[in-house]
Design a protein around this ligand. Structure first.
Ligand SMILES: *[C@@H]1O[C@H](CO)[C@@H](O)[C@H](O)[C@H]1NC(C)=O
Length: 491
C-alpha cells in the first residue's frame, strides 16, 4: 500500500531528500490524492534538516505492521539547536510581532489546514490507525459549560519572614474557593498560625476545614509533600526546599505545586531620577525586615554620573538607622531570625570580601547578644560573585555602576531568579520600556517593596511558578471542569 523513498523526484523534476511518498491513497473512498509528500527531517528555523548525529527511526503503519518511512531522530544536540532557535525567536522577534499579525498568521495556517484536510486526515490514518472518518470528524452543536471547582485538600508551607501575612496569602483564597487546608508554619515561627487557628474555631469554621501542623521541614513538610491525599501544595521559601517538594509531588500523587522561591532583585537607578527619593526607596528595598524579604533589592545599579553622590548619601542614611530592640519605637532594624541565618549571612559577607568586593560599611555583628548584623554595603562587585548570585536574605546590598540602558538590562538579567525589579527614572518612556523588558514577576517604578492584595505576586524563571494574591490566586486553588451536553437525541 505504501512505499519508501529516501530520494524522490517531484513532478516538476526537482529531487528532494528525506521525503515520503505514499501511493494509492485513492484506495480509500474519502481520499482522492495519489500521493502525499512530506519532508522527514527535523524542523528547526523553518528548515527541514538531518539530525546532528544523522540518526533516523522508522514509523510503522499499524494497519499493516509495515514501515511507512523513517524520520530524523533528535538527540540532545538537536534539542539545544531548537531551543536556541526558539529562544532567539522569542526574545527578538515573536513577542514583538503585533497581535493582529499573529492572528493573521494563525488564520492563514487554519486556511491551509482546511485546504489540505484530506491529506492530513490520510496521514493520521497511516501513522496512527485512526479511521479516516474520525480524522475528518467535524463536531456538531452541543451545549457546553465550564465549572470552577475547589481542588480539595490543600496544604501550605509557610515561611518565617512574615508568618501570619504569608498564612493569609494562602489560606484566604484556598478557603474562599471551597478547599480545606493544612498549614505547616516554619519551625522557627510556630505561634502565629496557632493563634489564627483558634480564631478560625471561634469564627465558626466547621471542623477539619483549617488544620495546623507544626514541625520540622524534613519530617512534617516531607510527609505533607509525599502524601497521597493532599491535592495541592503551595510553598514560599528556599529554592532547595522548593525543588525537593516538587520532586516529592512527582513521586507521590502529582499534587499541584505552586512555588515562590525568592530572588536576587535588581534595583536600577538612573541619573534622571529624584535621587533623594531613590535613596530612600533603595534603602527600604534592601533593609526592610532586616533584608529578610524575597523581593529584597539586593543588587543596586546606579548610573555612573550620580554614582558617587548616591553612594555617599546611601551610606550616611544606612549608618544613621537604629539597630536594636524591635519593640522600641525608633528601631529600624531588629535581629535576624536565628543563629543559622546569622551564620549564613556572615559567611556571605566573608565570601564577598574574599571574592574581592569592597566593604563600604557594616559587615559585622552588632552588640554582643542576639542575631544582629550591621547593615552592610558592598561596592566594586561583578555579576560572577557569589554575593551577586545567591540570595543572602539579610541586610547586605551590593551596589554597582552602569552607563547605558542596554548595559544595565543585560546585567540585571544575569541571575537565575526573576521575582522583582525596580527602576528609578523621571522619563516615562524609559520606565515603561524597562518595565516591559525586565524578566520579573513584579516591577516597581520609583518605589520598592510595595505589595497589595489586589495585585498578583510571584516569580519568573527560578523564582517559582504560580501567583499569590489578587484574582489570579483563585486560579491556584480551583480546577476547571468542562461539561458537554448532547442536545440532539439522534446523533
Ligand atoms: C537552586 O538550586 C539548584 C540545585 O541546587 C541550583 O542549581 C540553582 O542554581 C539554584 N537556583 C538559584 C536561583 O539559586
Amino acid at each position: 500500500m505504501e512505499s519508501k523513498h529516501d530520494l524522490i523526484t517531484l513532478p516538476n523534476g526537482k529531487t528532494i531528500k528525506g521525503i515520503i511518498m505514499i501511493e494509492n491513497i485513492n484506495l480509500c473512498p474519502y481520499v482522492t490524492l495519489e500521493w502525499i509528500i512530506i519532508e522527514t527531517g527535523l524542523f528547526i528555523k523553518n528548515t527541514f534538516v538531518e539530525s546532528v548525529d544523522k540518526k533516523r527511526f522508522e514509523t510503522i503503519n499499524p494497519s499493516t505492521g509495515k514501515v511507512i518511512t523513517n524520520v530524523a531522530e533528535a538527540s540532545s544536540k538537536d534539542v539545544d539547536l531548537a531551543v536556541e532557535a526558539a529562544t532567539e525567536a522569542f526574545y527578538n522577534v515573536w513577542r514583538f510581532v503585533d497581535g493582529k499579525e499573529r492572528g493573521r498568521l494563525l488564520n492563514k495556517l487554519a486556511d491551509l489546514i482546511e485546504r489540505d484536510l484530506e491529506e492530513l486526515a490520510a496521514l493520521e490514518s497511516f501513522d496512527n490507525g485512526q479511521t479516516l472518518s474520525t480524522a475528518k470528524f467535524i463536531d456538531v452543536g452541543k451545549f457546553a459549560y465550564t465549572r470552577h471547582e475547589p481542588i480539595g485538600v490543600c496544604a501550605a508551607i509557610i515561611p518565617w519572614n512574615f508568618p501570619i501575612l504569608m498564612q493569609s496569602w494562602k489560606m484566604a483564597p484556598a478557603l474562599a474557593c471551597g478547599n480545606t487546608i493544612i498549614l505547616k508554619p516554619s519551625e522557627l515561627t510556630p505561634l502565629g498560625a496557632l493563634k489564627i487557628a483558634a480564631l478560625c474555631k471561634e469564627a465558626g469554621f466547621p471542623e477539619g476545614v483549617v488544620n495546623v501542623l507544626n514541625g520540622p521541614g524534613p519530617i512534617t513538610g516531607a510527609a505533607i509533600a509525599m502524601h497521597m491525599k493532599i491535592d495541592k501544595l503551595s510553598f514560599t521559601g528556599s529554592n532547595a526546599t522548593g525543588r525537593s517538594l516538587l520532586k516529592a509531588a512527582s513521586e507521590s500523587n502529582l499534587k499541584q505545586v505552586s512555588l515562590e522561591l525568592g530572588g536576587k532583585s535588581p534595583n536600577i537607578i538612573f541619573a534622571d531620577s529624584n535621587l533623594d527619593q531613590a535613596i530612600k526607596w533603595a534603602h527600604m528595598g534592601i533593609f526592610f525586615n532586616h533584608g529578610q524579604c524575597c523581593t529584597a533589592g539586593s543588587r543596586v545599579y546606579v548610573q555612573d554620573s550620580v554614582y558617587d553622590e548616591f553612594l555617599t548619601k546611601f551610606k550616611a542614611f544606612t549608618e544613621s538607622n537604629k539597630i536594636g530592640d524591635p519593640f522600641e519605637e525608633d528601631t529600624y532594624q531588629g535581629p535576624q531570625i536565628s543563629q543559622t541565618q546569622f551564620d549564613r549571612i556572615m559567611r556571605y559577607i566573608e565570601c564577598g570580601k574574599e571574592e574581592g568586593a569592597t566593604l563600604l560599611t557594616g559587615g559585622e555583628r552588632h552588640g554582643d547578644q542576639g542575631y544582629f548584623i550591621k547593615p552592610t554595603i558592598f561596592t566594586d562587585v561583578n555579576e560572577k560573585m557569589t554575593i551577586m548570585q545567591e540570595e543572602i536574605f539579610g541586610p547586605v546590598v551590593a551596589i554597582s555602576k552602569f552607563s547605558t540602558v542596554e548595559e544595565v538590562i543585560e546585567k540585571a538579567h544575569l541571575t537565575k531568579f526573576g521575582l522583582a525589579a525596580a527602576v528609578f527614572t523621571n522619563d516615562l518612556t524609559k520606565a515603561i520600556k524597562l518595565s516591559n523588558e525586565l524578566r520579573a514577576g513584579t516591577v516597581w517604578v520609583n518605589c520598592y517593596n510595595l505589595v497589595n492584595s489586589r495585585l498578583p505576586f510571584g516569580g519568573y524563571k527560578e523564582s517559582g511558578t504560580g501567583r499569590d494574591l489578587s484574582k489570579y490566586a483563585l486560579d491556584q486553588y480551583t480546577q476547571i471542569k468542562t461539561v458537554q451536553i448532547n442536545l440532539e437525541s439522534h446523533t
